[in-house]
Design a protein around this ligand. Structure first.
Ligand SMILES: N[C@@H](CCC(=O)N[C@@H](CS)C(=O)NCC(=O)O)C(=O)O
Length: 217
């Protein structure tokens, strides 16, 4: 059955792979499922046709036959459940990998999104200078806790899983801020994620939307 996802017609990051369709593309590549992409403009995202797929008028969405999904956590989980490659077979290891998926989007991503809000959306507000160090402090606390847990391991719990895919994707959003550089083990963890062939294919595909040139290699 054909899988179709949506992505920005014009990504605000210009192809740096920070838009959330990237997580879904990466998951699809990890599990070896072909997919199509429907590009949507900011205006179209808020219109009824797209909002019938995504109640909040955002990307990405996921269509597979009669099934329509939104929320990257749910989409990646769906792919990981249906196809081999992103969740371990052992029931307890599987539950732990799913826990890391939730940790990524529920515990690590929120302070990172606060930074984006403080800088980009509320960047002209008078409280910016006071707020930024507080938000950055909360991110550093989380990163210290995460890097304590990761230790010298390659991945968060044994083999690479959907938990790592979500965590690396979330941490990547910090790259423009430079905060990740202060946490070398996490920077190396993110680099391991980016080095995966499936990530590379997904990155090239989303970049091609911005450059207008087909992916090479
Ligand atoms: N929690 C959602 C967030 C989706 C989201 O914020 N998408 C962004 C792109 S990365 C978007 O569509 N932004 C445009 C908007 O909200 O108007 C998910 O993980 O799928």
């Amino acid at each position: 059955m054909t899988i179709t996802i949506t992505a920005f017609e014009r990504s605000p990051d210009g192809g740096k792979g920070l838009a959330r369709d990237m997580r879904v593309r990466w998951a699809l590549e990890e599990v070896g499922q072909p997919y199509q992409v429907r590009l949507v403009s900011f205006r179209a995202m808020k219109e009824p046709a797209h909002r019938s797929l995504h109640p909040f008028g955002q990307i990405p969405t996921y269509e597979e036959g009669d099934l329509v999904l939104f929320e990257t956590g749910a989409i990646v989980f769906h792919l990981a459940e249906r196809h081999a490659g992103l969740l371990p077979d052992d029931a307890n290891a599987r539950a732990r990998a799913i826990t890391w998926m939730f940790a990524a989007i529920n515990t690590v991503e929120p302070p990172i999104l606060e930074l984006v809000t403080a800088k980009l959306i509320e960047g002209d507000k008078p409280w910016r200078a006071e707020r930024l160090p507080l938000v950055e402090g909360r991110i550093r606390d989380r990163l210290n806790q995460l890097s304590d847990r990761l230790g010298n391991a390659d991945w968060l719990d044994g083999a690479f899983s959907a938990g790592d895919l979500m965590m690396v994707s979330v941490l990547l959003r910090l790259r423009p801020s430079g905060i990740l550089d202060g946490h070398p083990s996490l920077a190396a963890y993110v680099a391991r994620g980016e080095a995966r062939p499936a990530y590379q294919r997904a990155f090239a595909a989303q970049l091609a939307v911005c450059t207008g040139k087909p992916p090479t290699g």
